[in-house]
Ligand binder design. Structure first.
Ligand code: G6P
Length: 591
């Protein structure tokens, strides 16, 4: 998704902006650009379709600049549509979507303005330039009054070298300070590499950098008192020393799980005791991989807590006019804490009086600031677009939450609770399956499609495994309930078609194996993943992968790991970059 950076430095800051833009690359983008104001008050812009590295070259002059990575929404990826956009003395970068841009554009066209791009963003810079009467901040504030939708902006004015005006409305923006530079950025992890102290803006807040300081204010220019916090060293982005970020992040799962569990045991759940004990019904919502974690939570929590738990794709939640209200718990799950649909769903739940509990990897995220209570997982920065270690940690946090709910209601923890500390070492043991997964990836790399099947909790693992294969290997893959196979999908099985089956519940194993046998009888190439030695020995699968044994209820945290690795190997063998899948973004900040 789009990324914004702004920098005012004591010296030329072109390289600093380039480096911050590199920190934003992991989010996914299709073009990039930089604008700088020189001390002699000239505005220079360099922008290009494609990679940030295309902007390398003789630095533009100036100690004040803004940069952008664009993920196309309005208008195709092109040099002209890349940000920054310029009008008169102003340059602007924008994240988000201006919903009333057509009306505004028509109005500006009637006033004789000429547009150089197809973007909604160019409308904003034109509004600013037209509102300008010598007051930089005033012009930006006035233009913002006309905008509907979500946006984060960073704006430069040629008359004011050394100054940047930023604003946040529904799209993240953070201020950062280091000894040699002051920053604006749309992304907490990307800024953590450059700044020593950070402070996120709330909706409606402006960030003014000028005169060597950062000031937060409202649209009337009234100062808002904010607290900067020191950037924790573990949140700085590190590079993948060798290989890809996705491989690195899979290898970090055991560490991420033990850090997350340590964080959970330190978390004081007392502030949400009332709702954990008394919630009449529970809703969970999320997107993508986080949605699979939320679905798992719904299955586990309903069975442990014995109260209804409903799970929805966040993008659908608010369109169904949900029956959520006071005395209900709403659990929002998001690695980034910035996914627009998840935020909107959480806002709706809060408006209707529900208690919002967030599970996120980013303590300073928009979701965390919106929620009544936040569980912060300690997965560490996740750079690869396809989520891996964050999924395992989300599951851990959600199991822990389900256990707390049970405890607050019955004074008893679920029987699997005592096994949580073993997850980290068991996760490491799953790495023993990687050789087998590499061989499978080599065998199946040219497959036209594949299915992943499971029953009970294994359905979620099947869905998540299939999502990984789709996202990065670009192979059509579908995950679903094994029992549904013969209600349609069996028609698609042909000779050699790969069918992966996940079977971690001994009580369901023979039924799941029936589905595998039905697929095999029609020529499928079948793979079974299980920790259950009886299930493995009795199955007719062509390939059997033995998972480490842990309490069966916790197996989803482990069973997904070989599938994550399989997808990564398949992607690499097919010649793609698992860290930057085509068309996808790490944090989807538009609805
Ligand atoms: C995007 C990413 C996925 C992620 C989803 C939800 O689609 O590509 O990997 O699962 O967003 O992200 P979140 O940050 O809310 O967990």
């Amino acid at each position: 998704m789009c990324g914004i950076v702004g920098c005012v430095s004591k010296e030329n800051c072109y390289e600093k902006i380039l480096s911050a833009l590199s920190g934003l690359e992991y989010r996914g983008y299709d073009s990039a650009g930089i604008a700088m104001v020189s001390p002699s008050k000239t505005l220079n812009v360099r922008k290009k379709k494609g990679y940030v590295s295309n902007l390398k070259g003789k630095p533009l002059a100036g100690d004040t600049g803004i940069g952008h990575t664009r993920w196309a929404t309005h208008g195709k990826p092109s040099d002209a549509n890349a940000h920054p956009h310029v009008s008169g003395k102003f340059a602007l970068v924008h994240n988000g979507i201006v919903e009333n841009f057509r009306t505004l554009k028509d109005e500006l066209l009637r006033q004789g303005e000429v547009f150089l791009s197809e973007t909604d963003s160019e409308v904003i810079v034109k509004l600013i330039a037209r509102a300008y009467d010598g007051d930089f901040f005033g012009a930006v504030a006035k233009a913002c009054e006309r905008l509907k939708g979500s946006y984060a902006l960073a704006v430069l004015c040629a008359d004011f070298p050394g100054e940047i005006v930023g604003v946040r409305q529904g799209s993240p923006l953070v201020a950062g300070a280091a000894a040699d530079a002051l920053y604006l950025c749309s992304d907490v992890p990307a800024l953590c590499g450059a700044a020593e102290f950070i402070c996120p803006a709330s909706d409606g807040e402006f960030i003014r950098i000028g005169g060597g300081k950062i000031c937060f204010c409202d649209g009337q220019g009234r100062e808002i008192c904010k607290q900067f916090t020191r950037v924790p060293p573990e949140s700085r982005l590190t590079s993948a020393a060798s290989g890809t970020f996705m491989e690195k992040e899979i290898s970090e799962i055991p560490r991420a799980l033990s850090d997350t569990l340590a964080g959970l045991t330190e978390t004081d759940f007392a502030p949400c005791a009332r709702i954990l004990r008394g919630a009449k019904q529970v809703y969970a919502a999320a997107c993508g991989t986080a949605l699979h974690a939320a679905e798992m939570f719904a299955d586990v929590a309903e069975s442990e807590v014995r109260c209804p738990v409903f799970c929805f794709a966040a993008s659908e939640f608010r369109y169904r006019d949900p029956l959520i209200g006071k005395d209900d718990l709403f659990v929002a799950v998001s690695q980034s804490g910035e996914t627009a649909d998840t935020l909107q769903a959480a806002r709706l739940a809060k408006e209707r009086g529900a208690y919002v509990l967030a599970v996120t990897n980013i303590a300073q995220s928009s979701l965390a600031s919106l929620a009544h209570f936040t569980i912060v997982m300690r997965a560490g920065p996740e750079i690869a677009v396809a989520a891996t270690k964050s999924y395992n940690c989300q599951l851990l946090c959600l199991y822990y939450l389900a256990a707390q709910m049970k405890f607050y209601r019955t004074q008893e923890f679920p029987d699997w609770f005592a096994s949580l500390p073993s997850l980290s070492s068991a996760a490491e043991e799953t790495f023993g399956c990687f050789l087998q997964m590499s061989a499978l990836a080599a065998k199946l790399k040219d497959a036209r499609g594949m299915f992943c099947l499971g029953r009970g909790l294994d359905v979620r693992t099947a869905e998540e495994g299939a999502l990984k294969v789709k996202e990065i290997a670009y192979v059509f893959a579908e995950g679903y309930a094994a029992g549904e196979l013969k209600h349609g999908t069996l028609a698609l099985i042909e000779e050699g078609f790969p069918v992966f089956t996940i079977s971690t519940s001994p009580a369901l194993a023979s039924k799941t194996d029936n589905a595998l046998a039905e697929a095999k009888a029609r020529g499928a190439f079948t793979v079974l993943l299980s920790q259950d030695t009886a299930a493995l020995s009795e199955s007719c699968a062509d390939c059997k992968c033995a998972l480490p044994a842990l309490h069966e209820k916790l197996m989803p945290v482990l069973a997904v790991i070989p599938l994550q690795y399989f997808a990564c190997r398949m992607c690499l063998l097919r010649g793609y970059d698992p860290d930057k899948p085509r068309n996808l973004a790490k944090s989807v900040t538009v609805e």
